[in-house]
Design a protein around this ligand. Structure first.
Ligand code: G3H
Length: 329
């Protein structure tokens, strides 16, 4: 159960974390991984009722959620103007007077997430801040362009200033149980990222079973993923609580066996403040406070910030504002 302590916000990990450099593919470990779907689904159903934070504590956790957010725009009609507005929102995600009342001046989002061709615009708009730019590369969202082009796209995103790269895996490798191919693809992408951190998007809604989700999570971590991420936001089913339980338990198992912490990013369809609190509570329960830092947890969300801002305004003023007053995020 989430404690009612006030979380802190920082872009820096509280301890220096060794990066996950991965390990050789251990096929016997991968094939031994199972997922008890009915038990996971039963547990997931109970989670929303377990949230206990109220009032000031709830406001503090919502500010925490903002600090852990990859504020995202991934639309075919993205323009430089839209990306610049989003970056302004990342710099100041909530109205200044509200932040002042909450004692949260200086709060920013965890990152901005854009398509490759918007990286230079976002880097320019975020100059002078410590907010990193994340690029979705590798033929997002299907990830089916020729492999050398996907690798080249990573290189270009890094050269343009992206500090984080969200790659998409080839779902076919998972559906066919071709773990070696998935490992090799992921390892090559990680190498190409260099010092940029890599988030592996599993597109869980297309993987067929929670067992596949668990095995794919493990293989990506073995190949050096810094984060595993649920979805592109473009699948018909995106982030869910059962998928989250499955992936964060894979992260825990990997940590127990290797001592290496891998981050988690639920993405797609998370648009309500109350849902964000459920995710944070789950991470606290299953992985502990260390995973509630921006180097180990992010929400991928294009519309969550607007609802959080409304809830914070209600907390401070006692009234809800109209949705149009929070048009971005
Ligand atoms: O990676 C982030 C997702 O694309 C965002 O999805 P969303 O638009 O459903 O929030």
């Amino acid at each position: 159960m989430m404690q009612t302590t006030t979380p802190t916000q920082t872009h820096l990990p509280q301890v220096q974390e060794p990066r996950n450099d991965g390990m050789p593919l251990d096929l016997s470990w991968v094939r031994s991984v199972q997922a008890n779907t009915s038990a996971i689904e039963r547990r997931a159903v109970t989670l929303p009722g377990r949230r206990s934070v109220k009032k000031d504590h709830q406001a503090a956790w919502l500010c925490k959620a903002i600090s852990l957010m990859d504020l995202t725009t991934l639309s075919g009609d993205d323009t430089e103007g839209r990306v610049r507005r989003l970056c302004a929102k990342a710099r100041q995600p909530v109205r200044a007077d509200l932040l002042q009342t909450l004692g949260m001046e200086g709060l920013t989002t965890g990152a901005i997430c854009v398509y490759h061709d918007m990286v230079p615009t976002a880097v320019d708009a975020l100059r002078g801040t410590s907010i990193p730019v994340a690029a979705v590369s590798t033929g997002f969202p299907a990830g089916l362009s020729p492999f050398h082009l996907r690798i080249a796209e990573i290189g270009e995103s890094v050269a343009a200033g992206a500090e984080e790269i969200d790659i998409v895996i080839t779902r076919r490798h998972v559906l066919q149980g071709n773990w070696q191919a998935l490992y090799d693809e992921m390892a090559e992408m990680r190498r190409t990222c260099g010092t940029a951190h890599v988030k592996a998007i599993l597109a869980t809604g297309e993987l067929g079973s929670l067992r596949n989700v668990a095995r794919a999570s493990l293989v990506c971590m073995m190949a050096g993923a810094d984060f595993i991420k649920t979805s592109t936001g473009k699948e018909s089913v995106n982030a869910t609580l059962p998928v989250t339980l499955t992936m964060i338990r894979a992260i825990r198992d990997y940590y127990m066996r290797t001592g290496l912490r891998v981050g988690y990013k639920p993405a797609g369809g998370i648009s309500k403040a109350k849902d964000a609190l459920v995710y944070l509570s789950m991470i606290k329960d299953e992985l502990g406070d260390r995973w509630l830092q921006p180097d180990l947890f992010r929400f991928g969300a294009s519309s969550l910030l607007g609802d959080i801002e409304r809830q914070l305004e209600h907390h401070v003023t006692g009234g809800y504002s109209a949705g149009w007053r929070h048009a971005i995020g």
